[in-house]
Design a protein around this ligand. Sequence first.
Ligand code: GLN
Length: 280
Amino acid sequence: MNLSEARRRAAERLRASGTEYPEREAEFLLAEAARIDRSFLAAHPFLPLEDSAARRLWEMTERRFGGEPLQYILGSWEFYGRSLDVAPGVLIPRPDTEILVEHALTFLPSSGRFLDWGTGSGCITLALLSERSDLTAVAVDANALAVSLTWRNLKLHGLLSRCFLWHSRTPQDIPAGDGEFDLVVSNPPYIPFPLISGLPREVRKEPLSALDGGEDGLLWYRALFGWAPAKLRKGGRLLFEIGDGEQGEQLVQIAPSSMEFEGIFHDLSRKPRAASWLRV
Ligand code: GLN
């Protein structure tokens, strides 16, 4: 069987499972199974697929057919133009989150220091530290798997020396002095608990602890609004990823008076996706 036929067969199987982008996913799986680039695949569709690669492809296709997220099967995914390891038990980085990186880059002064609360795979921290060699960070997660994955990703990109990793359940115990940060950035769990059972089945394969924002989705924002202002210098910023709908307006209502609302930013599909506050 050649590469093109293998891709078509995998795509057919995936289509039967109701996957939204079967061709594209089949291409990712085939490239991974055959250990080639997707561009090589496009350029040489009639090369034969080795038996061992074919076995890997069918095995991965069946896992995907069973509802496992593509990114967990591949074991790596791209965020802000860089490849990072992803693993079950840790939230998969989303392209939507890249707008936090863009805004954080404009907020952070030269030699700036930031705190990333709920770092997950470490995607935001990794993107910021890679883009700017003057920055330093503290990255925090309550999930030990996330902390170890972030460690791996930072190591992979040679960034460990500029990041302090902290495994913490309670935000208040972060070892950082008052006024230490120019930015606190977070993509906290923000899905209202009652909506979680209605999420797509792939998303429900991701850790609940990274999605569950309590009854109204605002649980972790309340906690962050409680302690983060003290950690920020005056003129520093708080930057959150937010859910769509009313979440931005709700956050404006519950923000403390020490934080001045700056604005809501939209993602590529024009949904409200981030909000920022200035420490006054
Ligand atoms: N953006 C994620 C989703 O919609 C949610 C991540 C989060 O709760 N921070 O699945």
